[in-house]
Design a protein around this ligand. Structure first.
Ligand SMILES: [Ca+2]
Ligand SMILES: [Ca+2]
Ligand SMILES: [Ca+2]
Length: 302
């Protein structure tokens, strides 16, 4: 059976303030029966795409679709399923026209599917990617459409060492300040750091970090070892993301008036999480389903 580490709730002298019921209830993992990984979307049909890439789709705005193109073996890292990365990015506009971006030889997109998210709320999607440099390793890079071209709007710094990767984890207003944050795990294979970046004034601005996390198994295709939902019922979205050996699932949130990044709960599992983490919210109640390395399925709930 899965063991559960409940978070102790520190009560200060002002303990007369009653806590919401959700904050005190324990999260437990029980054997589950059904698990379906969410769809990754359709495969590109232009014959130019990554063999393991999918098409990101935006419901509105000028950019309708985005996917990676120009498969290449020039990066020689091979931690994301295979040794083929993308040398370019392609978008399809709502009017059917396509626009392409080709990276220089010392860069690849070390990623499988870009993400279309309207980060600044102007109705037009931005494109969130994982960009790698042959000398500096990976960065989160945000592109947009400018004067009919795909333009880099901002990126995190590269890690600073070649063959060091980072994985996207989520996007939401995690800290409740009105701006969206991109969540990611830097170096998920070697004691990764969970980082949040707020999108403000068309820039990525550091918004919080915590050690040690991992949302990717070395060599795996699956990148979705995380899920976003409001786990403590405070109205702010939180992030479910595994600890560094991926056999503990941490529910991380920006807690209280101080908006401090902290675990809401930490659920110990029988083995490492291997499949996409699924969050289900029904009637204000959120549960999670995970599949671990031995194939067993676990339903996590309060
Ligand atoms: Ca936008
Ligand atoms: Ca925010
Ligand atoms: Ca929350």
């Amino acid at each position: 059976m899965a063991k559960v580490k409940a978070l102790s709730v520190a009560l200060g002298l002002a303990a007369c303030v009653s806590l919401p019921a959700a904050a005190a209830a324990e999260w437990t993992a029980k054997p589950g029966t059904a698990y379906t990984a969410p769809s990754e979307g359709s495969r590109p049909t232009d014959g130019q795409s990554l063999p393991d890439g999918h098409v990101a789709v935006a419901p509105k705005g000028e950019i309708a679709k985005a996917w990676y193109i120009q498969p290449t073996k020039r990066y020689r890292h091979a931690i994301l399923g295979d040794d083929i990365e993308a040398g370019g990015l392609k978008i399809e506009l709502r009017n059917g026209k396509t626009v392409e971006l080709s990276l220089p030889q010392n860069r690849v997109f070390e990623d499988r599917t870009p993400r279309l998210v309207d980060l600044d709320g102007d109705g037009e999607s931005e494109i969130i990617t994982l960009l790698s440099s042959s000398s500096g390793g990976a960065a989160v890079a945000v592109y947009g459409l400018k004067a009919g071209k795909i333009a880099l709007l901002d990126q995190t710094p590269f890690i600073g060492l070649s063959n060091r990767w980072r994985n996207f984890a989520g996007v939401a207003d995690y800290n409740g300040d009105g701006a969206l944050e991109i969540a990611e795990v830097v170096t998920p294979h070697i004691g990764g750091t969970l980082r949040f970046w707020s999108w403000k004034d068309n820039k990525l601005q550091p918004a919080g970090a915590a050690k040690f996390f991992s949302n990717h198994a070395l060599g795996a295709y699956e990148q979705r070892l995380s899920a976003t939902a409001d786990f403590n019922g405070d109205g702010r979205p939180d992030l479910a993301v595994p600890g560094r050996s991926r056999d503990v699932l941490h529910l991380m949130g920006f807690i209280g008036d101080a908006r401090e990044l902290k675990p809401i709960a930490s659920i110990v599992l029988r083995s490492s999480i291997a499949g996409a983490i699924v969050a289900n919210t029904k009637g204000g109640n959120t549960t999670l389903t995970v599949q671990v390395r031995d194939g067993s399925i676990w339903d996590i709930s309060q």
